[in-house]
Design a protein around this ligand. Structure first.
Ligand code: PLP
Length: 432
């Protein structure tokens, strides 16, 4: 088992700090050794108390781990004081492994997690020995002494912070704009990494990102790819944020989609298919509630294993738009339709729904798609998956198309089935 080390504070609410680090690294199959620098009493609304761990105990934890375990990469999170920085730096100096420095200063809820002497100690002792430092805007301003307002300031701050040869990932989450732009400053070159802004990142985002990077590096992925992969992963963790208290949401470091490459690929395929649908779907086949395309994992056991576009695709002022991104657990009725199809033929894992019209069914027949009908009047109380199951039983196989006749004619639905979103698009291209 690959092992990495996190040297960080404990967050009693379990969303950031060492708790986030353990979850994030574990979801990448990397074991996380944990040296605790401070206990915080906090919840999703405030940091109520901080108790730093005495320096000799931090030293004892570090020595115990390092003399026993082959640590492939190390990250530091909340170090709190110059004294702790000193202990950590003195010990890490004697070990050859990449150090990822997350210069934690302020909690997500806005309370300080640092003594006044911290920034100076980080600059003097840890920046010169780290491989990568991952400041947000505020941390970069403190470390560089530059007030950041625009791209020029960002670049200047990166150069100042990275002048001792370490690379800098200056995160754009706390800046304005519809997208989040992170700047990677490495070997005197800048790379812009841009992602759509989802919502205000919640508690634990910084810890989770630096842990993903550390875990990837522990797996011997090079630094640039570790950062790029991890950036993609944190986007998913933010999309999967959840609520446990009255304050900030928690970033979700356990990304099954990533640990499980299949889920990640499914989301990518769906987003690509949705983009293609925007170009080919005629308005008359789109019901007011919208259309959706869904795709299930190979071993899908329930709707949580079926992904679709969250918020569906619908028409607004004459053009079609995606109301969200692909996400597991958002396929609604389509997930039950797919699960029913998979019972008969496990290879049929994708489906698309559209508005019924006699003309459209005629075209489908003409191009040679197999069609089966199911009638809600005959099975009044059947759930939507059961109706699909009846149609498949009648056909003896999973047809290309199942037409569901609803009790109210206007709600008749056509569902198209296929092995994957690509095969659905091929069928749609025949009929649109
Ligand atoms: N470390 C600890 C112990 C914390 O409690 C927090 C935030 O509350 C952080 C680090 C930083 O969290 P984030 O990942 O949100 O920047």
């Amino acid at each position: 088992m690959r092992c990495a080390l996190s040297i960080a504070g404990s967050d009693s609410v379990g969303g950031a700090g060492i708790q986030a680090d353990i979850k994030a690294m574990s979801s990448l199959d990397v074991h996380c050794c944990a040296v605790i620098t401070a206990l915080t009493a906090q919840n999703t609304t405030a940091v109520e108390e901080i108790m730093p761990v005495p320096a000799d105990m931090i030293q004892a934890q570090l020595e115990a781990v390092l003399k026993d375990v082959d640590i492939k990469a190390v990250k530091t999170g909340m170090l709190y004081s110059a004294e702790t920085v000193g202990v950590v730096a003195d010990i890490l100096e004697d070990h050859e492994m990449p150090l990822i420095l997350d210069p934690v200063m302020v909690a997500g809820v806005g309370d300080s997690l640092a003594r006044d002497d911290l920034a100076k100690a980080i600059k003097r002792k840890l920046i010169p020995m780290c491989e990568l430092i991952t400041p947000n805007k505020h941390e970069a301003e403190v470390l560089s002494g530059i007030s950041i307002r625009d791209e020029e300031d960002v670049k200047y701050a990166c150069e100042v912070i990275g002048k001792d040869a370490s690379s800098v990932l200056l995160k754009g989450g706390h800046m304005n704009g519809t997208s989040v732009i992170d700047y990677l400053y490495l070997s005197s070159e800048f790379t812009r990494i841009e992602y759509p802004r989802l919502e205000r990142a919640g508690h634990g985002g910084g810890c989770t990102l630096s842990s993903f990077i550390t875990a990837n590096m522990a797996k011997s992925v090079d630094i640039v790819n570790s950062i790029l992969i991890s950036r993609k992963m944190i986007q998913q963790s933010i999309a999967d944020m959840y609520v446990i208290g009255h304050g900030d949401k928690l970033v979700n470091p356990i990304i099954r989609q990533m640990g499980d490459k299949e889920r990640f690929r499914i989301l990518d395929d769906l987003d690509d298919a949705a983009d293609a649908l925007i170009n080919i779907t005629p308005e008359e086949v789109v019901p007011n509630k919208g259309v959706n395309i869904a795709f299930a994992t190979r071993n899908a056991a329930g709707p949580e294993d079926v992904a679709a576009i969250e918020g569906k695709l619908s028409f607004h002022n004459g053009s079609m738009r995606k109301n969200g991104k692909s996400k597991f657990g958002t396929a609604g009725h389509l997930s039950y339709a797919i699960l029913a199809a998979m019972e008969k033929n496990p290879k049929i894992r994708s489906a698309f729904n559209m508005k019924y019209s006699k003309d459209m069914v005629d075209v489908m027949e003409e191009v040679g798609l197999s069609i089966e009908y199911t009638d809600r009047k005959k099975h009044k109380n059947a759930l939507s998956g059961e109706l699909i199951r009846y149609a498949i039983q009648d056909a003896g196989y999973v047809p290309d198309v199942i037409v569901e006749k609803a009790s109210n004619k206007g709600d008749n639905i056509i569902r198209i089935f296929g092995k994957n979103p690509e095969s659905i698009l091929e069928k749609l291209e025949l009929i649109f």
